[in-house]
Ligand binder design. Structure first.
Ligand code: BES
Ligand code: ZN
Ligand code: ZN
Length: 475
């Protein structure tokens, strides 16, 4: 869906009018369709939408005047609009224009997303949504452009993640990264198995060993001249996670193409940040790997040595994301000096989904303040997130009798946190308080549509990170 912003005038041309009706105001409303709407049982609730073909109006309900309610309403409207052949629709911004502008823009772009790569082609009309402002456009235009850039990045992340493992393996991920680098003039580097072995990144290397697709370590850099901060973003890019020799049961294997969501998010965050010209040096590092079975697979009982020299006892090959991230964390801290913040994004544990539900990201780290900051940014950006606490007792559960650390805990409980604590072993002393771990296993991929999110990939992590980065410039 194309979305544009214009200032109100008498010459407005459009096919359909979209009208937002707040639940509280519906009763007092004097609109001429009120009687008909009531007969149709319209109550102006969230997600309610009615199309009146004769007057060519789409009415949408809205219960609260906040980003989420407005974006969900807009999403419902464009979905209805998409079922028609009409070309243009318009909607007036609400009184507080800035707030409704972001919600309408993103609600429309995120809500109209469809993934049709594997469907027999059906010709669709190119449709346009026009947002109509009553005030001058000056400042609104900048906000609008930002909202569009971020929403498009979310949709691109969704496209990457939804693509099947046979069409999106490590080499393809590197190719997509290269495309992003070229278009946005970013620095680009990619390394294969030879580099991993030469640089003693045996933890990451071993996970990909049984796959017919070579592992790729991807590194993009955005270096603006006016950089005020240096931030490293690391993404888990498991293009498929079969579980390895600790094979997943079939029901759990389905959807594991989504195990690259962290890596896909990171590539699109750096692209959006560069398009927004944020004054931050950003490094996006992705461990793109496929976790498979075969004669050359790594095994439970193996002891792997990571880049920082720490040894890891493997007791479950399905806890592979942390093995890949361990080496990526080391690589980042060895190669990049004076880091201000280091964030990793991963569909790391089913335990996170059990703990906080499908829609919420779990945020972990050693700095209480930084965690709070990130949670607030996520909420401001329209994503759900909460922080999970580390503690010394859970820390003990990943001790190993034979190596420096074990890749699974000796307790059934707190799996999201023990995974975070494992990663902490690979965060260097000087960076302990600069690091955050985002477990996006829940929201990255949900098999039923929710709000303005479709079935499948949601693009989790993108909006919250742009919000957080913007905030960190000031700190
Ligand atoms: N990729 C999975 C985690 C996951 C589960 C993501 C469900 C999205 C939805 C990860 O590699 C994994 O398999 N983790 C194991 C760890 C366990 C063996 C300690 C898990 O969560 O079961
Ligand atoms: Zn796994
Ligand atoms: Zn995984």
């Amino acid at each position: 869906m194309n979305v544009s912003l214009i200032q109100n005038s008498d010459k407005l041309k459009y096919d359909i009018e979209i009208i937002l009706m707040f639940k509280k105001e519906f009763e007092k409303s004097s609109c001429k369709e009120k009687k008909l709407l009531k007969e149709l049982n319209f109550k102006a609730q969230d997600e309610e939408v009615v199309f009146l073909p004769e007057s060519k109006k789409i009415f949408i309900g809205c219960e609260e005047n906040n980003y989420e309610s407005l974006a969900i309403a807009m999403s419902a409207a464009v979905k209805k609009f998409q079922t028609t052949q009409f070309k243009t629709a318009y909607i007036k911004l609400c009184k507080e224009e800035e707030q409704s502008l972001k919600a309408f823009t993103q609600g429309a772009i995120l809500g109209s997303y469809t993934f049709t790569k594997y469907k027999k082609e059906e010709k669709k009309v190119e449709q346009e949504l026009i947002l109509v402002a009553s005030n001058e456009l000056k400042e609104l235009s900048a906000l609008f452009n930002e909202a569009v850039i971020v929403a498009n990045s979310v949709n691109k992340t969704r496209d990457f993640v939804n693509t099947t493992p046979d069409d999106f393996y490590p080499k393809i991920m590197a190719k997509e990264a290269k495309k992003i680098a070229k278009v946005n003039e970013l620095e680009y580097a990619v390394y294969g198995d030879k580099y991993l072995k030469k640089n003693k990144m045996m933890s990451m290397y071993s996970v990909g060993r049984a796959s017919r697709h070579e592992s790729k370590l991807i590194h993009l850099t955005y270096k603006p001249k006016d950089a005020k901060k240096k931030v490293v973003l690391i993404g888990k890019g498991l293009t498929y996670d079969s579980g390895g020799l600790s094979l997943k049961p079939s029901d759990f294997m389905v959807t594991m193409k989504s195990d690259k969501s962290g890596g896909c998010a990171v590539l699109n965050i750096i692209e959006a940040a560069s398009q927004l010209k944020l004054p931050i040096e950003i490094h996006a590092i992705v461990g793109a790997v496929e976790n498979m079975i075969g004669g050359d697979a790594f095994k439970p009982d193996d002891v792997l040595k990571a880049k920082n020299g720490k040894t890891i006892e493997v007791r479950n090959t399905d806890a592979e994301g942390r093995l890949v991230l361990a080496d990526c964390l080391c690589y980042a801290q060895d190669e990049i000096q004076d880091i201000d913040y280091i964030f990793d994004y991963a569909t790391l544990t089913g335990a996170s989904v059990v703990g906080v539900g499908e829609y919420t990201t779990s945020i972990m780290g050693n700095s209480q303040m930084l965690k709070c900051h990130a949670v607030q940014s996520a909420i401001n950006a329209g994503e759900y997130a909460t922080s999970l606490p580390f503690n010394r007792f859970l820390r003990k559960t990943i001790k190993s009798e034979i190596a420096d650390v074990c890749n699974i805990a000796n307790t059934r409980y707190g799996g999201a946190i023990t995974a975070g604590l494992f990663l902490d072993h690979f965060v260097y002393e000087q960076n302990k308080d600069k690091w955050l771990h985002f477990d996006i296993a829940g929201p990255a991929y949900v098999e039923k549509a929710w709000g303005y999110n479709p079935h499948g990939a949601s693009g989790a992590g993108v909006r919250m990170s742009i919000e957080l980065l913007k905030d960190l410039i000031q700190h």
